[in-house]
Write a protein that binds this ligand. Structure first.
Ligand SMILES: [Zn+2]
Length: 286
C-alpha cells in the first residue's frame, strides 16, 4: 500500500500535466457497474457530480497525507479532484493503453482522462480500493480537515506528541495509532514497523507507557524513514508503480519489514496488529 513517500513521488511525477485541460474521460465497466448497483466503485460520488471534471484545466497538484489532489479550474470556478491510491492504485501518463507495459495495470484501468496535449492520464487499480472524488475545497473534505499537520510543518512534532499524550490514546498500542492521519499523516504499515525499530520502541507498547522524549524520537524516526524513502524512489512492494511505470529501491533499505533478522542479527518477531503484519525485534526494541 502506498504511503506518504510513494504518494508524494506520484504527485511529483504528475506535475508534468499541469496546464493541460481534461477534454474527456472514460470510466471502466467496474466503475460503471458498481455505480449501477449503488456501490460507488472508485468514484465516491454520483457520476453526475464527477462529470464536472470534463473541460477543466489542471493548474496545480497537491498532497495531504496519502491523498493527492489535482486543483482544477473551469469557467472561473475552482475545484479539486482528490485521489487516494488505496491498496494498489497507480497513475500512468501515456499516449495509449498499450504503452502500459504491466499487464495487470493495463487490464485494470479504471478511469482514463484525455488531456489536451493528446496524452491520456490513466488511473489503474487492481484491487479497486482507491478513491476519487470532486470536492469544492480541500479543507472542506473531512479526512483532510481532520488531518494532523504534515511532517514538514514546524507544528507537526508538538501535535504528534501532545495528541498522543492527551490521554485519549493511553490504552492504544503505539503501532496502529501512528498510522492514524489525525496523529501524523502518511504513515502506513511498512514505515510504521521501520520507524518503531529505528526509535527502539516495541509496536505493542501502550501509548501511556512511552515518554514524551521517546515519542519525539519516534517522530524523528518517521521523518528519517520518509526522507530515505523519497530519496530511494519509494518502496516497490507488489503493486506500487511510479507514473513512468518505474519502481523504487526503498524495499532494499528495510531494517525489519519482511525480514527474518534485524540489522544487529537478532531474529525478528512478527505479529498481526489491527489486521496488518508487524515486524519487530524484542532485543532492540522495548
Ligand atoms: Zn535486534
Amino acid at each position: 500500500m502506498p504511503e506518504l513517500p510513494e504518494v508524494e513521488l506520484v504527485k511529483r511525477d504528475l506535475e508534468k500535466i499541469v496546464g493541460f485541460e481534461i477534454i474527456d474521460y472514460e470510466l471502466s465497466d467496474y466503475v460503471l457497474n458498481g455505480h449501477k448497483g449503488n456501490k460507488r466503485t472508485i468514484v465516491k460520488q454520483s457520476l453526475q457530480e464527477f462529470s464536472r471534471v470534463q473541460y477543466s484545466t489542471i493548474y496545480s497538484l497537491g498532497r495531504r497525507g496519502k491523498y493527492m489532489y489535482f486543483s482544477l479550474r473551469k469557467e472561473q470556478s475552482d475545484f479539486n479532484l482528490v485521489a487516494h491510491l488505496g491498496m494498489s492504485g497507480a497513475f500512468f501518463i501515456v499516449n495509449n493503453l498499450d504503452e502500459i507495459t504491466e499487464k495487470n495495470f493495463k487490464k485494470h484501468w479504471q478511469v482514463i482522462f484525455r488531456l489536451s496535449n493528446g496524452q491520456i492520464l490513466v488511473y489503474s487499480d487492481i484491487r479497486r480500493f482507491g478513491e476519487m472524488r470532486i470536492v469544492d475545497s480541500i479543507e472542506g473534505f473531512k479526512p483532510i480537515a481532520e488531518m494532523a499537520p504534515e511532517y514538514t510543518e514546524p507544528s507537526a512534532r508538538a501535535h504528534f506528541i501532545n495528541t498522543l499524550k492527551s490521554g485519549r490514546y493511553n490504552e492504544s498500542f503505539i503501532k496502529p495509532i501512528i498510522m492514524d492521519a489525525r496523529i501524523l499523516p502518511g504513515v502506513g504499515n511498512i514505515y510504521a514497523s521501520e520507524a518503531l525499530y529505528i526509535s527502539h520502541i516495541l509496536p505493542t507498547k501502550r501509548v501511556k507507557n512511552i515518554s514524551r522524549e521517546r515519542l519525539s524520537n519516534l517522530f524523528d524516526a518517521i521523518v528519517e524513514v520518509f526522507e530515505l524513502s523519497l530519496s530511494y524512489g519509494g518502496s516497490t512492494i507488489s503493486d506500487y508503480r511510479s507514473v513512468t511505470g518505474g519502481s523504487g529501491e526503498m524495499q532494499n533499505k528495510f531494517k525489519v519489514y519482511g525480514l527474518k533478522t534485524c540489522p544487529e542479527g537478532h531474529e525478528l518477531k512478527t505479529k498481526v496488529m489491527s489486521g496488518r503484519n508487524t515486524y519487530y525485534c524484542t532485543k532492540c526494541q522495548r
